[in-house]
Ligand binder design. Structure first.
Ligand code: GLA
Length: 714
């Protein structure tokens, strides 16, 4: 649309808008990304009409564009770092073609640099349902020589001057999704990942908030890159006090070279802004991720509860033990039996056998078919653990094909967990892996694959000596896509030593992630809250583990372990056969509770909150019908427990609140007052206005306990 002769591109979501100015002779200028504007609201004119030319500046002022580039007047970070053997190091896109795919929703901007002979297509799509803006770029080499590409931003986003802090998650194996926050200033903020998979350390996304924004109020921006390999993101302060935020793939030196006519397409970035604080951003991300997922049968079915064998038995497999475990799982009410690591040829420990994907004839003399038949006869689904991209040097596969591992000639092959990484970009390797997986999937009633990847990439070179990180990620996507296409009924879990490959890219193919190898419920509360900032609960693998927890040595009650796992994709991962009769009964009550709540836990929205005094809460569902979990993480420091304020409720309605967690030794419940007794009985009816403003009085509780409530509008 034109205003005073200036043309603008406007994309409108439900509660957010993005506006770009089409300026002749340059890439479109970023004018606005923020809370929803009225449909016809536009800037009063071109950006340069509103700002004077500062001293010691170019005569032609250069504001932030949708794709700023180095060397011809832009002094900030470039969206493209590329050259042709040292030439065409500077780029300027002087022609723009606008192609609307859907008015006010989806647009493609083709930017042309006739001097460097490059073009870039910037795609922007606003989804009104989620308020998420999806961006990507496609670079095409229109010149006669190859170009080397060091950086190609998948998105360039503007942030307003009020942006004050960037929040993100960091971590390690057994400690993913730890919350971090940095103040934005004039120094460049940058996070990178060079581990070849998404990594435990640097989830490829962040949130940016204005000063004073909280969990449930204030302006917060979020972005995440849908990519499972190396990546980088940066936030840079600009001369007009705004910031630019770039996200994209990370390339190794020389990794990307485009031949004449060739294109490079970036992964997508999901970006959103909310005036409803961090929860608003999380809710938008959850909606967008849900819309991207591809489920067997076209829609998600209730998430089957699992028994996973790993921490229960580790490598100690045999048919009789596993059958007994499956029977126990069925008795507990579980619905899927996942046979984890240890089932295949000579796999007695983690030093050998990766690559040899056939059952161990010592542990399973009749193969896996009798176990799978037993599992399915019990009414459970059968799932199997695999780690396709890996090979142990002590394996038949490696002895036959030592050249199949990623390597750099002349350098030692660095093992991690005693294993090397296969060069899946080689067609013969991908074919081998497909045939191995297909043989299993064809011969056994497997409905679920847990797809693991237990190390970072090093010496990731191919036969030509060039870096293969990007090729590896794309080859992984191609392999998993081929498996999905050939076996469409099979669900897949993405695991990489717990949460090393969790991102919106892999979630195009996978249906669950293994959030962390740390199942300690106290640690898990932090991990899961970090996770939920970016991704929805139904894909968040969450298990009831043993006490003491294997990863930390800390013990929690069964009730607390179960309550913490309850909101995710629920499972049990312990030696179920060794549970006491009382524990079995208690656990089966929790399994039944989870199954009765999962439809509400896994639809609608999630709100996270902190009531103070070591009380963390989360609510799932619709504001009119919530499941509320209140975790006491550490002993109270107060004489009286603080109230839990529920800001999402409708102040004009009344709500019935009932406490629903099963009574048990670990529930920490107290029924000492009339209110608390009512919560356990027919429920307490409270005004929404009161709950929004003052909050729910919750019973006192012991450390490491959780109270669960339903909050239902009358
Ligand atoms: C990784 C996974 C675990 C388990 C082991 C098996 O560590 O995260 O859940 O599958 O591998 O070796």
């Amino acid at each position: 649309m034109q205003v005073h002769g200036t043309e603008f591109i406007a994309l409108h979501g439900r509660a957010s808008s993005a506006i770009l100015e089409l300026a002749p002779g340059e890439a479109p200028l970023w004018r606005y990304w923020g809370p929803r504007l009225a449909d016809h609201a536009r800037p009063h004119g071109p950006i340069r009409d509103g700002r004077a030319r500062p001293s010691f500046s170019l005569d032609h002022d250069q504001p932030l564009t949708a794709f700023p580039t180095f060397g011809v007047g832009w002094f900030g970070q470039s969206a493209l770092i590329a050259h042709r053997d040292g030439r065409d190091f500077a780029q300027a896109f002087t022609e723009t073609q606008v192609h609307w795919i859907e008015p006010e929703r989806r647009v493609e901007l083709t930017l042309i640099d006739p001097v460097a002979r490059l073009s870039v297509r910037v795609c922007l799509a606003m989804d009104p349902a989620s308020d998420v803006l999806t961006l990507s770029s496609r670079l095409t080499n229109d010149g006669p020589d190859d170009i080397e590409v060091q950086w190609l931003a998948a998105a360039v986003l503007p942030l307003p001057p009020v942006a004050s802090h960037v929040g993100y998650v960091s971590g390690r194996h057994n400690g993913e999704f730890q919350p971090c926050e940095d103040r934005l200033g004039r120094a460049l903020w940058r996070r990178e990942n060079r581990r070849g998979i998404t990594s435990h350390d640097a989830f490829p996304g962040a949130i940016v908030r204005e000063a004073g924004a909280t969990q449930d109020a204030g302006l917060v921006y979020g972005a995440q890159l849908a990519w499972s390999g190396n990546h980088a993101q940066m936030i840079e302060w600009l001369d007009d006090d705004r910031f630019q935020w770039q996200l994209g793939e990370g390339f190794a030196p020389g990794e990307v070279r485009l031949a004449p006519g060739a294109s490079l397409v970036t992964p997508q970035v999901l970006a959103t802004v909310s005036g409803a604080g961090r929860n608003g951003v999380a809710q938008n991300f959850h909606a967008a991720i849900r819309a991207r997922m591809v489920w067997p049968g076209g829609a998600m079915r209730p998430r089957p509860t699992h028994l996973n064998t790993w921490e229960g038995v580790y490598f100690d497999h045999d048919e009789a033990t596993m059958k007994a475990l499956a029977t126990t799982a069925a008795d507990l009410g579980l619905e899927r039996f996942v046979l984890d690591d240890g089932w295949f040829h000579r796999r007695d420990n983690d030093t050998r056998a990766l690559g040899d994907w056939r059952p161990d004839s010592r542990k399973y003399p009749r193969g896996l078919a009798p176990l799978a038949a037993h599992v399915t006869a019990l009414g459970l689904e059968f799932g199997l653990w695999v780690e396709p991209e890996m090979v142990n040097p002590d394996s038949d596969l490696y002895r036959a094909h030592p050249d199949w591992a990623l390597r750099i000639e002349g350098r030692p092959r660095l093992t991690a967990r005693n294993q090397l990484v296969l060069d899946v970009g080689r067609p013969e390797v991908a074919e081998y892996l497909f045939s191995q997986l297909a043989a299993l999937l064809e011969s056994l009633p497997i409905r679920y694959l847990k797809w693991d990847h237990n190390r970072d990439l090093t010496t990731a070179g191919g036969p030509d000596g060039r870096a293969r990180y990007r090729t590896q990620t794309l080859a992984f996507y191609a392999l998993i896509e081929r498996i999905r296409a050939t076996f469409p009924a099979v669900e897949i879990e993405s695991c990489a030593g717990g949460g090393g490959r969790i991102d919106a890219g892999v979630l195009r193919y996978a249906h669950r992630v293994w959030t962390s190898d740390c199942i300690d419920a106290v640690s898990r509360v932090t991990i899961q809250r970090g996770f939920l900032q970016f991704l929805p609960p139904e894909i968040m693998g969450a298990h009831v583990g043993a006490a003491p927890a294997h990863s930390t040595g800390r013990s929690q009650t069964l009730a607390f372990r179960a309550a913490v796992a309850l909101p995710g994709h629920f499972g049990v991962e312990l030696d179920a056969g060794a549970l006491s009769a009382a524990d079995r009964t208690e656990l089966s009550v929790w399994v039944a509770l989870q199954k009765s709540l999962r439809d509400r836990l896994h639809a609608g929205q999630v709100w996270l909150g902190d009531a103070g005094d070591n009380l963390l809460w989360q609510a799932h569902g619709q504001a009119a019908d919530l499941i509320l979990l209140v975790h006491r993480m550490a002993p109270s420091t107060l004489r009286h427990t603080p109230s839990v304020r529920l800001p999402m409720l409708d102040a004009t309605r009344r709500y019935r609140i009932r406490r629903i967690d099963p009574p048990g030794p670990g529930s920490g419940a107290s029924a000492a007052t009339a209110n608390f007794a009512a919560l356990k009985g027919d429920g307490l009816v409270v005004d929404g206005a009161w709950l929004c403003a003052s909050g729910l009085t919750v019973p006192p509780s012991k450390a490491e306990s959780c109270a669960i409530f339903t909050v239902t509008a009358l």
